[in-house]
Design a protein around this ligand. Structure first.
Ligand SMILES: C[S@@+](CC[C@H](N)C(=O)[O-])C[C@H]1O[C@@H](n2cnc3c(N)ncnc32)[C@H](O)[C@@H]1O
Ligand code: SF4
Length: 475
């Protein structure tokens, strides 16, 4: 167990630091996903074994697309996702053909599985022209012939690329929700991303979604260059006044060779201003009847076409099956009954040429991954549950035979003293500013395991170097 001084010092020294958002990949960070031969075939066998035991959860699909419209600055100024510049419809149709071939490779493995939902993300999934939405859904139906009405079928896109006819085609294809990356309602601030997006694009897309009975989510970002609490509140008030029930309010993740990190860092609100933005936004949305579902998601009950979708949150602690199809798509698969190394996180090729080449060679287009030991999978599931604000001690004990409070007692106690966490007999819950500090809390929970993984890495490197001294010389 970490010593109390380390825990207290870590928390106190991070409360006023910019939160580095690693939540998308959970545990461990992708830097540890170094295994290049991911055994997708034996993962399929494990999936079947788990299904035979009657333990599987509905499977969630993520379907990616590589392309985005060119912006100046590039990649909307802030985006850290792998994307390719859109150069025309032909490339998109060729890509779709590869996607279908990749999906077909999974057909046997998915037999008998239930579909929980599909998320067509990206990149920019509403670059597809009208006829393609039915094809996308047919690709899914080919894998899952019996999609139940409670499956969430979301297509993500940017406001200026939706049109009435596209939204109609999305509805006709059988999808039931759209998610729009709006980021800023304020047009002056949004222009910093180089997007040619106007308020009208967003309002129109929402109206069309309503006309065709589709649920709609808006993604907004806070902590944006030149943003103030006032502009943020104006944006949120506007979105609330439009009757949007589903709002995702991400903190800007700054990093990499992006324009915001390189050229606008000095324009970013200070880390503690981000905390203030988090508090003000949460309080405002709650005062309008929204419930906080995750560190970033807010939902107002009562949407007649609303869906239950919660990004990144696992419904169960003992099993998770989330399959990524397409360029750079991520898969998470695991179960507590599996042996060490048999639960996996992996990412598909982030090089489009290589993605296609592997499919042409009849291989799963996987780039690299991480085979979880049991304790890694436990941490991965704890991360996901914390993103959903609370972890049930009872369910954790049932899944792993361990009390999650006892396992990390010093961390929970230190967070409890600072009123970031509340521990009861039943649960450990993030309270007050706790959700804002999710990345810091996750880093603390993982600290000991990261130390062990790093040690293992160093030991392995020494062994490799000793075994191949000539490599050292040539390096
Ligand atoms: C990867 S984008 C894909 C969807 C679409 N292309 C778009 O831009 O809306 C999905 C969402 O991730 C969020 N996002 C992307 N980069 C981010 C960053 N650096 N920090 C915080 N959120 C980010 C944005 O809110 C975006 O809507
Ligand atoms: S934010 Fe969206 S549109 Fe912009 S580069 Fe990233 S994925 Fe593409």
């Amino acid at each position: 167990m970490l010593d109390a001084k380390f825990v207290n010092d870590h928390i106190d020294s991070h409360l006023d630091k910019r939160q580095v958002n690693k939540v998308q990949h959970g545990f461990p960070s992708p830097r540890y996903w170094t295994e290049e031969s991911v055994p997708v075939g034996s993962i399929a066998d494990s999936r079947r074994r788990i299904r035979d035991l009657g333990r599987s959860t509905p499977l969630n699909l993520y379907v990616g697309v590589p392309y985005c419209i060119k912006t100046n600055p590039g990649k909307c100024g802030y985006c850290l996702f792998p994307v390719e510049e859109f150069r025309g419809n032909e490339a998109l149709e060729i890509y779709f053909d590869y996607l279908s071939r990749e999906a077909a490779m999974y057909k046997e493995a998915f037999e008998g599985a239930t579909l929980g939902g599909v998320y067509f993300g990206g990149g920019t999934s509403n670059l597809y022209k009208e006829p393609m939405y039915l094809k996308l859904m047919d690709l899914v139906r080919d894998l899952f012939p019996d999609i139940t009405p409670d499956a969430d079928l979301t297509l993500e896109g940017i406001p200026q690329l939706f049109s009435r006819s596209k939204i109609e085609a999305i509805r006709d294809a059988g999808m039931n929700r759209i998610s729009m990356g709006v980021q800023q309602i304020n047009e002056r601030l949004n222009k910093l991303s180089g997007r040619k997006q106007t308020l009208k694009h967003t309002v129109q897309s929402l109206e069309w979604a309503r006309d065709f009975g589709l649920a709609a989510n808006l993604d907004l970002i806070f902590g944006w260059p030149q943003q103030t609490v006032r502009t943020m509140i104006e944006d949120l008030e506007t979105v609330v006044s439009w009757g949007v029930h589903d709002i995702t309010h991400y903190e800007l993740n700054v990093g990499g060779p992006t324009d915001f990190a390189l050229n606008r860092f000095h324009e970013l609100p200070a880390p503690l201003s981000n905390l203030e933005m988090y508090r003000e936004s949460r309080d405002l949305l709650k005062s309008h009847g929204y419930e906080q579902l995750t560190a970033y998601n807010f939902r107002k009950p009562g949407d007649p076409v609303g869906r239950d979708y919660e990004e990144g949150v696992a419904p169960r602690l003992d099993n998770l099956d989330s399959v990524g199809l397409g360029y750079a798509a991520i898969t998470f698969f695991g179960d507590t009954v599996l042996d060490d190394g048999d639960s996996w996180s992996f990412i598909n090729q982030r090089n489009l040429g290589r993605y296609k080449e592997m499919i042409d060679n009849g291989q799963f287009p996987v780039e690299q991954g991480f085979g979880h030991a049991k304790q890694d999978w436990r941490l991965a599931m704890l991360f996901r549950n914390l993103l959903g604000l609370s972890v049930s001690r009872t369910e954790y004990r049932a899944a792993f035979g361990i009390d999650v409070y006892a396992e990390y007692q010093r961390i929970w106690d230190a967070l409890g003293e600072r009123e970031l966490v509340e521990v009861t007999d039943d649960s450990v819950t993030l309270i007050d500013d706790g959700p804002f500090y999710t990345p810091m809390i996750q880093a603390l929970l993982a600290e000991e395991r990261y130390r062990a993984l790093r040690e293992h890495e160093v030991r392995n490197r020494v062994v490799v170097d000793l075994a191949a001294p000539q490599k050292l010389v040539s390096a």
